[in-house]
Design a protein around this ligand. Structure first.
Ligand SMILES: NC(=O)c1ccc[n+]([C@@H]2O[C@H](COP(=O)([O-])OP(=O)(O)OC[C@H]3O[C@@H](n4cnc5c(N)ncnc54)[C@H](OP(=O)(O)O)[C@@H]3O)[C@@H](O)[C@H]2O)c1
Length: 265
């Protein structure tokens, strides 16, 4: 699919400077799409943007913003109001691994802001212009963790369920109005953020960790065809087993035991 021809020439990626977000940026830049890139670390973001410009000859705009901030979406909307955003990818995710009660309220609130409220508000402010133009694409990053309660990342998992359900509902509402919405439900992916969580050795049956580029390339293949999808064959098989074979109680328990072992909780 020619993304530029189908959707237009400018994309906004929230959480863009590394990992899956950077892979989205490379994929779109290679298609000749100019980028508005959002992240917290300004220097790293600007360096990444410069690399994209040199390599693909595209134009970039960098916005330094903390997506956990209650006013972040307002400030980003103000920043981009002069531009026509054709594709919007909300990639950044915030998580905490450990016992629910051992973390501060601020940490839980920041997870909810970054993963639910800010993407919700950005979709709310960006989609009306797409609808007026009758074309556009919106990708929300979700997770296999959001398919059932996931102990020791309970808040994160609940927010990822929100992202998936939001994208699926909007997929239906907008599918005949030219806007393709999709939730990309990833499993373990080798982003710096995932590597920094220092996961222990995984069970031999656990799906192989994917590369960010694999996740992104599958996402663009599925965009416009389905409201949500699970990345990678092994994740699809594992998810089928967890959701369709095991009872809900067993699937939550399995997630709890796996997370406990993997992160030595
Ligand atoms: N990696 C996995 O195994 C995995 C599995 C399932 C689902 N997912 C989902 O996939 C998405 C991407 O995950 P990821 O592992 O690539 O890493 P990530 O930490 O969610 O995203 C990294 C990018 O987002 C930026 N970012 C993170 N928090 C931000 C904030 N509060 N404000 C602004 N920018 C922020 C980072 O730059 P700065 O640090 O400079 O801000 C960086 O550019 C997430 O939504 C995650 O839930 C990931």
């Amino acid at each position: 699919m020619d993304l530029k021809e189908k959707y237009g020439s400018l994309a906004l990626i929230a959480g863009a400077s590394e990992g899956i977000g950077a892979a989205y940026a490379h994929h779109l830049a290679a298609a000749g799409i100019n980028l508005v890139l959002v992240a917290r670390r300004k220097e790293q973001l600007e360096q990444f943007a410069a690399e994209l410009t040199t390599r693909y000859g595209i134009e970039t705009i960098c916005i330094q913003e903390d997506l956990a901030d209650t006013d972040a979406a307002d400030r980003i909307a103000e920043h981009i109001k002069a531009y026509e955003i054709n594709l919007f990818i909300y990639n950044a995710g915030n998580s905490y691994i450990g016992k629910f009660e051992e973390q501060t309220w601020k940490v839980h609130k920041d997870i909810a802001m970054t993963n639910m409220i800010t993407p919700l508000q950005l979709v709310y402010s960006i989609a009306p212009d797409m609808l007026k133009r009758g074309k556009g694409a919106i990708i929300l990053m979700a997770s296999l963790a959001g398919f059932q309660g996931t102990p020791f990342i309970a808040t994160y998992a609940a927010t990822k369920a929100f992202d998936q359900i939001l994208a699926e509902g909007l997929w239906y509402e907008w599918k005949n109005r030219g806007i393709d919405v999709i939730a990309c439900c990833a499993g373990a992916t080798s982003s710096p953020n995932f590597i920094n969580t220092n996961p222990g050795k995984q069970h031999f049956m656990a799906p192989k960790v994917q590369k960010p580029e694999e996740v992104v390339s599958e996402c663009f293949k599925r965009l416009g065809k389905t409201p949500s999808f699970i990345t990678g064959r092994a994740n699809k098989v594992a998810s089928f087993f967890m959701q369709r074979v095991l009872s809900r109680k067993k699937s939550v328990t399995t997630m709890g035991e796996t997370t406990k072992k993997m992160y030595r909780v």
